[in-house]
Design a protein around this ligand. Structure first.
Ligand code: SAM
Ligand code: SF4
Ligand code: SF4
Length: 341
């Protein structure tokens, strides 16, 4: 075990990074995440962890080594008074980085308040700049213009460098890769192109719809010259590049074609308080009942540490074997909008 590691899993991975899903509801119905033609039962309010409960959990995670927390959802900006949670988490000693992933629709009105409360950074998901394509992808015809205004507001509020997540689906939005790269380069935002993943059970994922990260970066590099950047930390999961003319960073996340399970140091807490040690897990560990049943901090810490120590997840590395044997969807997985990406 390295000196500053508090816990290590069965494959020798530490616990550095926590994602908290603050709500399972969303104002979009992205085809790759929660398609519009499904019915969803969202959690009743009392089933969702309170800010006090989330903060209590977060403090323990920081004691166990976590340095970065990212708030996600569903759509986190739908959670009322989110800035109050931001301020509570920001006050945790030892936490170095507090970020948020959002679809950006409500960001224009909230960026300044969140920044003032202590949020360090935002990532905004943008799959297309073309209203027709964007409206289809988000399932509800929601306007891209409002998302772009939200991004500008986040830049102005100092929530940066603002990152952009773009899930690339072959035949759906891959023709826009270079224009998306160019648009955000001009605004000095860091785009991360993400290989379409087989998360959840609803998105009808097919391997043929994945455009691999190397091809994505090759297409951009052919128009906008760039050079590779070295990884800053082993837990950096992106292939990172820098444009030669202005130094703006751009990258891709090759979760399908170049899985990075060996460096995966991330835990996830769903909105109903289940702890997941893999994005593709089908079962989490319930923490809500523990919290509401009067568990002591010491026992909660021991429980979380035990879950991490018993972890051996490496779903993405095993995916190719599963694909070959046709077993990819044999077990139900947690949905992306519950666990938050
Ligand atoms: N609603 C927020 C948003 O869209 O940014 C936060 C939650 S969303 C589940 C978090 C991230 O997961 C988004 O960047 C989204 O693009 C990504 N995501 C969802 N489904 C995905 C999939 N099938 N493959 C890859 N990324 C996906
Ligand atoms: Fe909502 Fe985000 Fe999922 Fe789209 S990707 S449906 S915005 S949770
Ligand atoms: Fe981590 Fe699971 Fe993704 Fe592998 S598949 S990188 S273990 S979340």
């Amino acid at each position: 075990m390295t000196e500053n590691r508090v816990v290590e899993d069965r494959l020798g991975r530490g616990l550095d990074d926590l994602r908290i899903s603050v709500i399972d509801r969303c104002n979009f119905r992205c085809t790759f995440c929660m398609p519009a033609d499904q019915t969803y039962t969202f959690l009743p309010r009392r089933e969702i962890l309170t800010f006090e409960e989330l903060t209590r959990i977060a403090i323990i995670f920081v004691e166990l080594g976590v340095r970065k927390i990212r708030l996600t959802g569903g759509e986190p900006l739908l959670r009322r008074e989110l800035e109050r949670l931001v301020a509570m988490l920001k006050a945790i000693p030892g936490l170095e980085d507090l970020a948020l992933t959002t679809n950006g629709f409500l960001l224009k009105d909230q960026a300044r308040t969140l920044a003032d409360a202590g949020l360090d950074r935002v990532t905004v998901s943008v799959e297309s700049l073309d209203q027709e394509v964007f409206g289809k992808i988000n399932g509800l015809g929601m306007p891209i213009a409002k998302v772009l205004e939200g991004i500008d507001a986040a830049v102005d509020a100092g929530l940066g460098p603002v990152k952009i997540n773009t899930v690339v689906m072959r035949g759906v939005n891959d023709h826009e890769i270079v224009s998306i790269a160019r648009y955000f380069k001009e605004r000095r935002c860091i785009v991360r192109f993400i290989e379409f993943m087989d998360v959840g059970n609803l998105n009808e994922w097919q391997a043929e719809n994945v455009l691999d990260a190397r091809t994505i970066m090759g297409r951009i590099g052919a128009e906008l010259p760039m050079e590779p950047l070295r990884r800053e930390r082993p837990s950096d999961v992106a292939l990172r590049y820098r444009y030669l003319d202005d130094g703006v960073e751009v990258g891709a996340i090759a979760s399908i074609t170049e899985p990075f399970c060996g460096d995966c140091t991330r835990a996830r807490v769903s909105s109903e308080g289940r702890l997941y040690t893999c994005l593709f897990a089908n079962q989490g560990t319930d923490m809500k009942d523990l919290l509401r049943g009067g568990v002591t901090d010491d026992d909660l810490r021991k429980r979380i540490a035990a879950v991490w120590r018993s972890r051996a997840d490496r779903y993405s590395e095993l995916r190719n074997d599963r694909l070959a044997s046709g077993q990819l969807f044999s077990e139900p997985k947690v949905e992306m909008f519950r666990i938050g990406g």
